[in-house]
Design a protein. Structure first.
Length: 455
C-alpha cells in the first residue's frame, strides 16, 4: 500500500446522524417522551414548561426566573436543606434554566434511584413552599446579582442592546429583572405565577436512560397532577409570542456611558427569523462564515489584520418570535468607530460585493457538521435535544436531516440570506464606552446617538 505524503489527507464526509427518536405518549394534556439509553446506568429527567421570561408582566421583569429560583428552596413541607439532602442521597443533580420561551428543569439521577428522583422532581415543580423567609433570601441574592452586573460591561451591553432591538416586546425585558421590579414582586404574585403559568400550562416530560420505555412512562404518569392528566390536550401553550415591534422605530445607535473605560464593548445586530424558518440552515452557515468561527471574516479582520480586539464572534438565535443576529466584541476605545465601520462593511460585502468563496463555505459548513454527531453522546444531550423538538414542534427527522441540510447550502444562498437579513442598513449598534474617547461616531451614518443610562 502506497501513501502520498505530499498532500494532507482529506477528511471523510461527516457520518450520518440517526437521532434516537423518543417514544411519544399523551397523558391528558401532557406529552411524555421516553428514550431507552442503555450506555450508562443513569436516567435524565427533563420537565419542560413552555413558559419563560418572555411571559413576565411588563412591570414585573424577572418574575419567571424568581419563581424558578424558588422551586428547590423547599417543597412539600420540606426545607431547602431537606430537598438538597434528599437529592444527594439519590445521587441526583438538579439544574433549572429559564429561557425566553421555556422553563426547563433537568434532573440527572442514578438509574437505580431514578423513579424516586422523578417523584422528588414532581414535588419540586408542583409543590414548592414559596414561603416568605425563602422569598426574602432569594430576593436579596437576585438583587445583589443585578447590582454586580452594573460593573460588567458585557452585561450592560446585552441589556441595552436587547432593549434597543425589541423595545416594549417581552424579549426586550431583562430576564434577571431590575432592583425596582424585584423589590415590588410579592409572595402572592410569585404564587400566582407558579399556579397560573408553571402549573396552568401542560408540560412536556422527557425521560432518557437505563430503563425500558414502559417503566419510564409509568413513573412519569404517577407524578403528574390530575390537572395535567385530565386536561384539554389542545391548550398546551398559554403564552404566545406577540408580534415584534417595527424595528425601524428603534434608535440605530445607543451609547451606555462608562467614563474611564479602557475598552468599548460593542453589540451590532438585527432581527432575523423565528425557530421554524425555512432559512434556518442558510442562516447558521452564513453566521459561521461571517463571525461564528475563529477563522471567520470578522475575526480575521478585526483581530488578525487590524489588532483592534482579542476576538469577535457572532451568533444567531431562533425563538418563537424572530430572534437576533448579534456581533459582540470588546475593542480598544480609540478604535471604536473604525471597528463598527469594519463590521458594517464586512456584513455588506458578504451580501454581494465579496460573496463567500469555496474555501470559506467549506470551513463554515464543516464547523457545523464535523462534530455534530458528538451532540448526542450522553443521555443528557439526547434529552436536551429532544426537549428542543418538543418546545418548537420540530419534525421528528430534524436532527437526522441537519447534516445534509447544511451541506446543501451553497454560496448563492449565503449571499441571499446575508442580503435579506444582515444588510448594514438594518443593523442596530450598542456601545458601552467612555463617550469622550470613542471618536466621531457621526461618520458611521447611524443617526443621532441615544444615551442609555446603566441599569
Amino acid at each position: 500500500m502506497s501513501i502520498d505524503r505530499s498532500q494532507m489527507p482529506r477528511p471523510a464526509r461527516p457520518a450520518a446522524v440517526r437521532f434516537p427518536m423518543p417514544n411519544k405518549h399523551r397523558c391528558g394534556a401532557t406529552r411524555i417522551w421516553t428514550v431507552a439509553h442503555r450506555d450508562q446506568a443513569v436516567v435524565v429527567l427533563v420537565w419542560m414548561i413552555p413558559v419563560g421570561s418572555a411571559a413576565d408582566p411588563a412591570d414585573r421583569a424577572g418574575l419567571a426566573a424568581f419563581v424558578a429560583d424558588l422551586l428547590d428552596e423547599g417543597s412539600a413541607g420540606r426545607t431547602m436543606l431537606d430537598v438538597n439532602e434528599r437529592l444527594a442521597r439519590m445521587g441526583a443533580q438538579l439544574d433549572t434554566e429559564v429561557g425566553v420561551d421555556a422553563t426547563v428543569l433537568t434532573l440527572v439521577s442514578l438509574a437505580r434511584t431514578a423513579f424516586d428522583a422523578l417523584a422528588a422532581l414532581g414535588e419540586i415543580v408542583c409543590q414548592p413552599n414559596l414561603e416568605s423567609g425563602e422569598i426574602a433570601r432569594v430576593r436579596t441574592l437576585r438583587v445583589s446579582r443585578v447590582r454586580q452586573m452594573r460593573s460588567v460591561p458585557g452585561a450592560l451591553a446585552d441589556r441595552a442592546f436587547y432593549k434597543q432591538l425589541y423595545g416594549s416586546h417581552p424579549y426586550g425585558q431583562p430576564p434577571l429583572g431590575t432592583e425596582d421590579t424585584l423589590a415590588r414582586i410579592d409572595q402572592e404574585e410569585l404564587r400566582g405565577f407558579h399556579r397560573e403559568r408553571l402549573l396552568g400550562v401542560a408540560p412536556t416530560l422527557v425521560l432518557v436512560g437505563d430503563h425500558p420505555h414502559d417503566a419510564l412512562l409509568d413513573a412519569a404518569t404517577r407524578v403528574l397532577p390530575a390537572t395535567f392528566t385530565e386536561g384539554d390536550t389542545n391548550g398546551r401553550d398559554a403564552w404566545t409570542a406577540p408580534r415584534v415591534v417595527d424595528e425601524q422605530a428603534c434608535a440605530r445607535l445607543v451609547i451606555v456611558p462608562r467614563p474611564g473605560a479602557a475598552q468599548s464593548d460593542l453589540r451590532v445586530g438585527t432581527l432575523t427569523a423565528d425557530r421554524t424558518t425555512r432559512d434556518y440552515h442558510s442562516l447558521i452557515v452564513t453566521n459561521a462564515a461571517v463571525g461564528g468561527t475563529f477563522v471567520s471574516r470578522l475575526n480575521l479582520n478585526l483581530r488578525e489584520r487590524r489588532g483592534y480586539t482579542y476576538g469577535v464572534r457572532t451568533s444567531v438565535h431562533f425563538w418563537r418570535a424572530p430572534g437576533p443576529f448579534v456581533v459582540q466584541t470588546s475593542v480598544q476605545t480609540d478604535a471604536t468607530t473604525a471597528s463598527i465601520a469594519e463590521i458594517l462593511q464586512e456584513l455588506a460585502q458578504i451580501g454581494g460585493p465579496r460573496p463567500v468563496d469555496t474555501r470559506e463555505l467549506g470551513r463554515a459548513r464543516d464547523s457545523l457538521t464535523r462534530g455534530f454527531a458528538r451532540s448526542f453522546e450522553t443521555a443528557e444531550q439526547i434529552a436536551r435535544a429532544a426537549t428542543q423538538l418538543a418546545l418548537y414542534d420540530l419534525p421528528d427527522s430534524w436532527y437526522d436531516d441537519f447534516v445534509p441540510s447544511v451541506e446543501a447550502v451553497e454560496a448563492d444562498e449565503v449571499t441571499r440570506v446575508a442580503r435579506n437579513y444582515l444588510a448594514p442598513e438594518k443593523m442596530r449598534v450598542t456601545v458601552v464606552a467612555d463617550p469622550d474617547r470613542v471618536g466621531d461616531l457621526a461618520q458611521l451614518g447611524l443617526g443621532e446617538p441615544v444615551l442609555a443610562p446603566p441599569f
